[in-house]
Structure formats: C-alpha cells, structure tokens
Design a protein around this ligand. Structure first.
Ligand code: PMV
Length: 326
C-alpha cells in the first residue's frame, strides 16, 4: 500500500455531566453517560503514516514519547490496524497547545486527533459514531472531542461497546458561552483518571452517583436545548461536586483539589450571590473551570486571577469538530 500521511486536529472538551467510572475497563465503556462542551484554542494535532519499518515511532511535543505514553499509543494503533487489516508500524507525531497530565483533557484531544488521522492514514473511512467509539478506546473522553459544541456520549448497553459513542447535541454556534479556566498547578497530577475511577467505584457513595446519572443527563440535555444557563449551571456544579465527594469517601481517600481550588470555588459563589451567573466544574486535577456568558467572562477571569495560587487564567469559546488539516 502507498504511504499516506494524514494530519488531524481536535479540541479538548470539558465535561458538564461527568464520566466517572467504567462498566468495562479494557473497552473504556462508561458506567453512565456524559455531556460535554468542546473548547476552542486548546487542541492537539496528530500526524500519522503507516509504513514498513521495525516498530512504531511516537513523538509528542517534540520529544520521543515516554514509556507509558508510547505503550498507550501503540495499543491504540493496534486497534486501528486490526480494524483496517494493516500490519505496518506507524510514525506518529503530535503537537498541541494543551498542557499534558494536569487535568485539562489533553488525552481527549490527543486520542480524538489520533483516531481521525490514523484511520484515514490506514485507509478507513468510518462513520462519525464508529469513529467516536474507536476514539473511546484510547481515552474515554476522546469519544466526545471529535465533535464541536455540546456533545453527549452514550453509556450504551452492549458488551462490545458499539452503542457507546458520542454525538452532537448543539453546534458551537448554537449557544455562545465561555469557559474560564484557572490553572492552580502545572504539576503532573499524581493520580490518573483511570486510577481515580477505580478508587471512586469502591467508594460507599458510588451507588448514589449511578442512581443520579439519568436525572443529571436529562437536566443538562433540556438546559442545553433551552439555552438556560442557570439550569445547566446547577447540574454542572452538582455533577462535579458529587464526583469529588465520592472520592473523599473512598478508601484511601481521593482529593484532587488544592487550597486555591477551594478559594476559586468560593469566589465564584460570591460572584454568583452578587448576580453573575457563573458555575464551577472541576475534573481529575486541581484546575477550576467556570461556565459563564461572554459578557461576564472578563469579570470571572479577574476574580479567578486574583486568587492567591492561581498561575494563569485562560478563556475559551465553544470549539468546533475535529478535522483533517493536512
Ligand atoms: O477520558 P479520561 O479517561 O481521561 O477520563 C476523563 C475524566 C474526567 O475528565 C474527570 C471526566 C470527563 O467526563 O471528562
């Protein structure tokens, strides 16, 4: 087969209703559905070619991938090769604007970009749902990063996972919100989301999470369709705070927050009691992400930037679909 090199780019996404727990760890099948917003400006670009050679070569942000990242990418390439009936090793080069491993969803954008570039380079043209289910194998949240705007990833029922894929709920231009991100630490997170989910699922509070999942999803879906920020924000904060509460009750306990994380949360609640509709979400790390209107994003950024311990503040608009760029 002729060597084809493909370059694809995908944005990160922030979960509004969280994916937290798996019904199958090998296939990355989630214990419940989730809803996210794809963000503009934080992206990964993956360049992939399959060609005869000794082994897969993986370069990330200008340096050879470390052992665990290399293994994770090779495992994903094996899934693509099996699907395409190809055997050649691949050359993978990724670069991007997302700091890695600090809870800013770098793996979601990386595996979404990689799934698009690798399938095309291997000669596959998958339908969006199939591509999303494939991206899921690399990183669960990557299933959502293939699509722009508001996105829902379905739990699915099947053991083989073909019905566990994401699809768009509302395109990015359908509702112009902002997500203001306060980075409280650039250190690598000590507990991966996979390990965090394993601990959470052993928490005595986990059953309550599963019981509440459908209600959170229905509430978020309806709020997105109605473009109702207060209704969406209430679900978003509830989903994030419940996710973190489950960790606190686990043995050993799991706490991703730093002091500045708590202080950011308090500042946003103070802003809200002053009439600014702004709502917090927090993922598997100490960073704080705030959902608000474009008009309030400046005030939110100033409030977060004034919290001692906040290293920097980024403001993101809704982002678009993953795409082939070369
Ligand atoms: O896709 P993973 O394995 O990186 O897990 C993502 C976990 C959270 O970011 C905390 C929640 C989510 O839905 O993205």
């Amino acid at each position: 087969m002729p060597e084809v090199e493909v370059i694809a780019r995908a944005n990160v996404n922030v979960a509004l209703v969280k994916y937290w727990g798996k019904r199958d760890g090998d296939l990355n099948l989630p214990a419940s559905g989730s809803i996210s917003l794809t963000l503009d400006g934080l992206w990964t670009e993956a360049r992939v070619a399959f060609a005869p050679g000794e082994r897969d070569l993986v370069e990330i942000d200008g340096a050879p991938a470390g052992e665990s990242e290399h293994t994770r990418v090779v495992r994903f390439l094996d899934v693509v090769r099996e699907r395409a009936g190809r055997r050649e090793p691949a050359r993978v080069v990724t670069r991007g604007t997302v700091p890695r491993g600090i809870g800013l969803a770098s793996s979601a954008s990386a595996f979404a970009a990689l799934s698009l570039a690798a399938t095309r380079a291997a000669g596959l043209a998958l339908a969006p749902a199939e591509l999303s289910a494939l991206a899921r194998r690399g990183s669960g949240s990557a299933a959502r990063s293939l699509f722009g705007g508001f996105v829902e990833w379905h739990r699915g029922e099947r053991a083989d996972g073909v019905d566990s894929f994401a699809e768009p709920l509302l395109p990015p231009q359908g509702w112009d919100l902002r997500v203001v991100v306060a980075v409280t630490s650039s250190a690598r997170k000590p507990i991966s989301s996979r390990e965090g989910m394993t601990r959470a699922q052993a928490s005595p509070l986990y059953p309550a999470w599963i019981e509440g999942a459908e209600q959170d999803l229905a509430g978020a879906r309806a709020a997105v369709r109605a473009r109702d920020l207060d209704a969406l924000g209430a679900v978003v904060e509830h989903s994030a705070l419940t996710m973190h509460a489950i960790g606190l009750a686990a043995r050993p306990p799991l706490l991703y927050w730093h002091g500045a994380t708590v202080e950011c949360l308090r500042r946003i609640w103070a802003l809200r009691s002053g009439g600014v509709p702004a709502y917090v979400t927090i993922d598997a790390g100490p960073q704080v992400k705030v959902l608000c209107t474009p008009a309030d994003a400046g005030a939110v950024a100033v409030a977060l930037g004034a919290v001692p311990g906040v290293e920097r503040v980024l403001t993101c608009a809704p982002g678009g679909d993953a795409e082939i760029v070369g």
